[in-house]
Design a protein around this ligand. Sequence first.
Ligand SMILES: [Zn+2]
Length: 121
Amino acid sequence: MDATRARQRLQDAQARQRRLAERLRQAEADPVESGELSTVDQHPAELGSETFERELELTTLTILEGELKDIDDALGRLDHGTYGICEECGKLIDEARLEAVPWARYCVVDQARIEQALSRR
Ligand SMILES: [Zn+2]
């Protein structure tokens, strides 16, 4: 992939994820202020789903932060001229894969192998 285009896509994704993470953090810090919690006529049964929503927000935040780290690393690789090279086997990552996941660290083969190893734990 063209480095300029890759950088553009990574920076776009970074800005988008940062905004999302920021919004989630605000909701987390001040649920009433951000209108996440309707405190007045709350039915007890709805409290459970609020808790679930907050857990979901926290999970989403964790995923977002992981992706932001990946994007950051990918931008670093662009600077060092190692962008698009698999961190495992050193081969070039598929164009189509970089098109779908611009911050991919591994080629399809290694990604599948790593995911399989993780799921076997
Ligand atoms: Zn590889």
